[in-house]
Design a protein around this ligand. Structure first.
Ligand code: ZN
Length: 151
């Protein structure tokens, strides 16, 4: 049987080493800077919208492996989603991470690749690393440009 934990670890390492959609979108008003003071993670999320659909999402910045991998996966997952779908997914992800929703087969399926990040749910400080990009993305969607913090 394949060791799930190892697979999860590999995915996080891979996204941390080769972050997807890393960079800036120059001509957008949808961006926000986020900071996780507990860990020192800092990143900026940029979005292009087509109506209420996210047509492009990128990020840049520096942080730990969890925050970078989470941001990278987020950009892949949110591309093509509507704002409402993005909100819904973040809500689910967050609730699983803080232990409000059980991580069962259904939830795992809904989370897709993000499920690999739920290993941090035993560690409250790492939960902030995993959700920083998402909080920042919400800020970007609402044109709240800076001061997005996990605290
Ligand atoms: Zn971190």
């Amino acid at each position: 049987m394949m060791d799930l934990r190892e697979l999860y670890q590999d995915l996080i390492v891979d996204h941390n080493k080769r972050p997807r959609n890393f960079g800036k979108i120059d001509d957008t008003t949808y961006y926000a800077e986020g900071f996780n003071p507990l860990c020192g993670d800092q990143l900026t999320v940029y979005l292009n919208l087509d109506g209420d659909r996210i047509s492009k999402v990128t990020f840049e910045g520096e942080g730990c492996a969890i925050s970078t991998a989470s941001a990278s996966m987020m950009t892949e997952i949110l591309t093509g989603k509507t704002m409402a779908e993005a909100d819904e997914l973040f809500e689910l992800f967050h609730q699983v991470l803080v232990g409000e929703i059980e991580l069962d087969d259904d939830t795992t399926l809904q989370l897709g690749k993000l499920a690999v990040l739920t290993g941090v749910r035993a560690y409250p400080s790492r939960v902030k690393c995993a959700t920083l990009a998402w909080h920042t993305c919400q800020g970007a969607l609402h044109k709240q440009h800076d001061g997005i913090s996990t605290e």
